[in-house]
Design a binder for this molecule. Structure first.
Ligand code: ZN
Length: 76
């Protein structure tokens, strides 16, 4: 798969930190699997990964207005 941004062929499998801004809070998800372009630095997340993140967002018990920090692997 080539980079959708710059078309470089060198996407590497890695993990990243995913930031989400919800209406009532920020969410940080750590250790999220992604592909990263070594040329332009862009990171790409699979649909299955973002779907899991969506499900994790439903489990947040952190009070509103606080930053929630989750781990992708454990969901906590
Ligand atoms: Zn690129």
């Amino acid at each position: 798969m080539n980079c959708p941004s710059c078309n470089a062929p060198d996407l590497i499998e890695t993990t990243s930190t995913y930031f989400i801004q919800l209406p009532e809070r920020y969410v940080i998800v750590q250790n999220v699997p992604c592909r990263k372009c070594e040329n332009c630095g862009e990171e790409f997340f699979d649909g299955a990964v973002t779907a899991r993140i969506d499900r994790l967002l439903d489990t947040i018990t952190t009070p509103a207005e606080e930053v929630a920090i989750l781990d992708y692997e454990t969901g906590k």
